[in-house]
Design a protein around this ligand. Structure first.
Ligand SMILES: Nc1ncnc2c1ncn2[C@@H]1O[C@H](COP(=O)(O)OP(=O)(O)OP(=O)(O)O)[C@@H](O)[C@H]1O
Length: 223
């Protein structure tokens, strides 16, 4: 599926934390279109993960409107399958009881076509340098290798929209490049890619960089 995107209009999210509420998002406007890589940069606690959590439907906004566009117009994020909306969560979310290859194949297994997706899973794993780890369980691999498996899993079904929270956080320069190659290739094939990142390498590869500060989004002011 190509041509889908995601639009946020004035999203506000406040967490009730003890006696003092925390405004994580103070009115965020954002549009990410199919074919582009948009990077969100900002200090720790500025609201990047909260924005991704709203965009994927894990959290609900207090106010504002979230919409998916193109072929996904009118759909709520919680109704979208992995070929429509794929995630790389900050905590990765690999299944501990499955070897890496089965983790990568999980989106296909859940829709009943794991066998057909096998070759692509193998190619993606080889592309990000974990082809030799197919039979290892997550706890038998490094955090960086687990992160690469999470990115391969997200790319498996050519998602229309991909949201990735610091997808290169645990990588050395070379592996970060390979991950970014895979994410940029997905965008060039039509995926709308939104990355939250602190990684200059990722910022260099993005088509647009937006800065989050105190729950607000704006253009990046300094390189
Ligand atoms: N479930 C929650 N309950 C209360 N406060 C929260 C919750 N989740 C996030 N926050 C607060 O909301 C603000 C934004 O957090 P968020 O995780 O979105 O930041 P971030 O930019 O992704 O940070 P980092 O770069 O460290 O991942 C922070 O002040 C954080 O403490």
């Amino acid at each position: 599926m190509t041509g889908a995107g995601v639009v946020a209009d004035s999203l506000v999210k406040t967490y009730a934390r003890g006696a003092r509420p925390v405004t994580a998002l103070a009115g965020v406007d954002l549009a990410v279109a199919g074919g582009e890589v948009v990077a969100l940069v900002g200090p720790s606690g500025s609201g990047k993960s909260t924005l991704l959590a709203l965009l994927c439907g894990w959290e609900s906004p207090d106010s504002g409107v979230l919409s998916y566009t193109g072929p996904l117009a009118g759909r709520r994020p919680e109704t979208l399958g992995w070929s429509e909306l794929a995630l790389v969560p900050q905590a990765l979310g690999l299944v501990a009881d499955l070897p890496l290859a089965d983790n990568v194949l999980l989106p296909a297994r859940l829709r009943g076509d794991a066998a057909a997706a096998g070759p692509r899973a193998g190619d993606l794993m080889a592309g990000v340098g974990i082809g030799h780890l197919a039979g290892r369980y997550p706890h038998e691999t490094s955090l960086g290798e687990q992160q690469r498996a999470a990115v391969a899993r997200a790319l498996l079904l050519h998602p229309a929209v991909l949201l990735a929270d610091e997808p290169t956080a645990h990588q050395d320069r070379g592996h970060a490049d390979r991950l970014l190659d895979a994410l940029v290739a997905a965008a060039r094939a039509g995926t709308a890619v939104l990355l939250a990142t602190h990684d200059e390498q990722a910022l260099d590869r993005a088509d647009r960089v937006l800065a989050m500060r105190d729950g607000r989004l704006g253009p990046r002011t300094s390189p």
